[in-house]
Design a protein around this ligand. Structure first.
Ligand code: PLP
Length: 370
């Protein structure tokens, strides 16, 4: 038996009847783009996030890109982004035509450090994008204070953090704009691509509704240079079914995370993720650190446990951003993390037996490589 890293088909097997009904409803309706199904999901997702508005878009990258555009951010502006994120956070800034300013994360939480942000700000700074990496909310209140003090927009990339909370408040209700991805592997995943933006700003929400649909809210009246990036109607119907299960699924992830913490906390050389009292992570990923990460990963593979690395090459060292002119060593915290992080299997659909197999394998593998 092998423990898979993730099985994105498992949620369909769990909810097959309800999802089949939802899909048939869309197919029978003959309405395949936007429409009532998308509106119903947007309302449900906004309510879930304690936000006034949710706007469905094509994917998580577009959610970020359109949020920047809707706020009027573009050429001549700078946007602060953590150095250790999935490349989409950076690409959105580049798509908008703004300058990317990469900031080192806090080495313990791996999230943007509010104390490190002011030094990176200039007169051109127009926005700060925090990422709730691995599903653990960033220091959102402190970062929002920094943004407010400088009069810039505070955007949160919550692609990994659906349902997470900070001081009891839901992710999606705290930043000026919060963006989500419904990529199949996320905590709330579609059976294809999807994304959403939440905000309490009415003007921003209506700009987003226009930008995602060719710059138009009334057919053939185009007021903005828009895009085609709508949340697919079939996906909205599927997401509506899955949303009702998200809290229970996140609780199963948290239980698995707690189990890892109890069973692996004593291992030399293995650093477990932080567990701050004031926040409830979505446990999208369970990321450990080890100085001999590659050897540990191989030792786990030898024991039939699949792992992944989020992320092996930091944004500033990718070929895509060679033009930024970074050299190795310029973002040492980010680069160390890229060398040391390892994601263990975590999902609502791993069995107790699989969980125990991972624990046993990690204990044996750590002994072997230390
Ligand atoms: C998945 C992800 C995205 C991009 O989402 P897509 O739907 O794949 O475009 C953006 N940011 C982070 C942090 C992500 O994990």
């Amino acid at each position: 038996m092998t423990v898979p890293f993730l099985d994105v088909g498992a949620s369909y097997r769990e909810l097959k009847e309800d999802i089949d009904v939802a899909m048939a409803r869309v197919l029978d309706s003959g309405w395949f783009v936007l429409g009532e199904e998308v509106e119903r999901f947007e309302q449900a997702f906004a309510a879930y996030c304690d936000a006034t508005h949710a706007v469905g878009v094509g994917n998580g990258l577009d959610a970020l890109h359109l949020a920047l555009r809707a706020a009027g951010i573009g050429p001549g502006d700078e946007v602060i982004v953590p150095g250790n994120t999935f490349i989409a956070t950076a690409l959105a800034v580049t798509y908008a035509g703004a300058e990317l300013v990469l900031v080192e994360p806090d080495p313990v939480t791996h999230n943007l450090d509010p104390n490190a942000v002011p030094a990176a700000m200039t007169e051109k700074t127009a926005a700060i994008i925090a990422v709730d990496l691995y599903g653990m909310p960033a220091d959102l209140y402190a970062l929002r204070r920094v943004a407010r003090a400088h009069g810039v927009l505070f955007i949160e990339d919550a692609a990994q953090a659906h349902g997470a909370r900070l001081d009891g408040a839901r992710v999606g209700s705290i930043a000026d704009v919060t963006t989500f991805s419904f990529y199949p592997g996320k905590n709330l995943g579609a059976f294809g691509d999807g994304g959403a933006v939440t905000t309490n700003d009415e003007a921003l929400a209506s700009k987003l509704r226009s930008l995602r649909n060719y710059g138009s809210t009334v057919k053939y009246h185009h007021d903005d240079l828009g895009f085609n990036s709508r949340l697919d109607t079939l996906q909205a119907a599927i997401l509506g079914v899955k949303l009702a299960h998200l809290d229970a699924w996140n609780a199963r992830r948290a239980a698995m995370a707690r189990g890892y913490r109890e069973a692996l906390g004593d291992l030399d050389g293995l650093t477990l993720p932080e567990w701050p009292d004031d926040r409830q992570g979505s446990w999208h990923l369970f990321v450990v650190r080890h100085r001999r990460r590659d050897a540990l990963r191989q030792a786990l593979r030898d024991r039939s446990v699949a792992t992944q690395i989020h992320y092996p090459i930091p944004v500033h060292l990718t070929g895509a951003y060679a033009n930024l002119g970074y050299r190795e060593g310029q973002l040492p915290v980010t680069e160390d993390l890229a060398q040391q992080v390892l994601s263990l299997p975590i999902s609502p659909h791993h069995s107790d037996e699989e969980h125990r197999m991972v624990v046993d394998a990690v204990r044996a593998a750590c002994a072997e490589v230390s």
